[in-house]
Design a protein around this ligand. Structure first.
Ligand code: 13P
Length: 253
């Protein structure tokens, strides 16, 4: 079975002590995850070590960065490179979140560079894609998201592609409380998998975990995750609340 993943994206929230308390509360729940299940915490850069030290011995829990630079190293004040993350043994990095695309003008090309640097540094990118409301209302979401994949991913070899995780996050569902319906999520995930299959073949496409993000909560996670092409979630707001996120992890297939 493909990896089923519950990924928390804390975004720019919580102090370090609040973050530590949240991880402690989640660990206390004593969740036991199967071989094909994983929980990932994408925390702010300054909290990576704290999260690493708490989760290091907890089996299927891993730490992610929320971003990395598209430059290898050098005079880029305030940036954090994939090599730095690798040197801290960070195994995952969120790439191309819609908030980075929108507020920091990250293009598909820049994201392709970030993906390459992650892969060179043995970091699994969690590559985000998804359409804004006006694209969904115009009914052209499939081709919009396909372009995001084509321009950022399709230069990767088959082996490289198999190392990435994709997160579909419709922008109109992020932080709005308006979740995509189970049918909308499944339809888009099946489309993304078909696009990958068209370029890399069915076998490879069938191995890629595709997470859904956008107002995932404890109350809707199980239904969303039951869809055949939805392999878990990338969770913002509800990941800041221990009981909510524990139930979301427990909803994985
Ligand atoms: P919400 O779960 O708060 O809608 O955020 C989704 C998201 O952007 C996760 O990356």
């Amino acid at each position: 079975m493909r990896k089923q993943i519950a990924a928390a994206n804390w975004k720019m929230n919580l102090t370090v002590s609040q973050g530590a308390a949240l991880l402690d509360d989640i660990l206390k729940a004593g969740l036991s995850l199967s071989d094909h299940q994983q929980a990932i915490f994408a925390v702010p850069f300054p909290y990576l070590s704290m999260a690493q030290s708490k989760l290091a011995h907890s089996g299927r829990f891993a730490v992610a960065a929320q971003n990395c630079s598209n430059k290898k190293s050098g005079a880029f004040t305030g940036e954090v490179s994939a090599e730095m993350l690798h040197s801290m043994e960070i195994g995952y990095c969120v790439i191309g979140h819609s908030e980075r695309r929108e507020y920091f003008a990250e293009s598909n090309q820049v994201l392709a560079e970030k993906l390459d640097l992650c892969l060179e540094n043995q970091i699994t990118p969690i590559f985000c894609c998804g359409e804004p409301l006006q694209i969904r209302e115009a009914g052209i979401q499939n081709s919009y998201v396909e372009t995001q994949l084509r321009e950022s991913l399709f230069h990767l070899s088959q082996d490289q592609l198999e190392k990435i995780v994709i997160a579909y996050e419709p922008i109109w569902a992020i932080g709005t409380g308006r979740t995509a319906s189970t049918q909308q999520a499944q339809e888009m995930h099946a489309h993304l998998r078909a696009v990958l299959a068209g370029h890399y073949g069915d076998l490879v496409a069938g191995r890629i975990s595709i997470l859904y993000g956008g107002s995932v909560k404890a109350s809707n996670a199980a239904e969303l995750f039951q869809s055949p092409d939805v392999d878990g979630g990338l969770v913002g707001g509800a990941s800041l609340n221990a009981p909510e996120f524990i139930r979301i992890i427990a909803s994985l297939k």
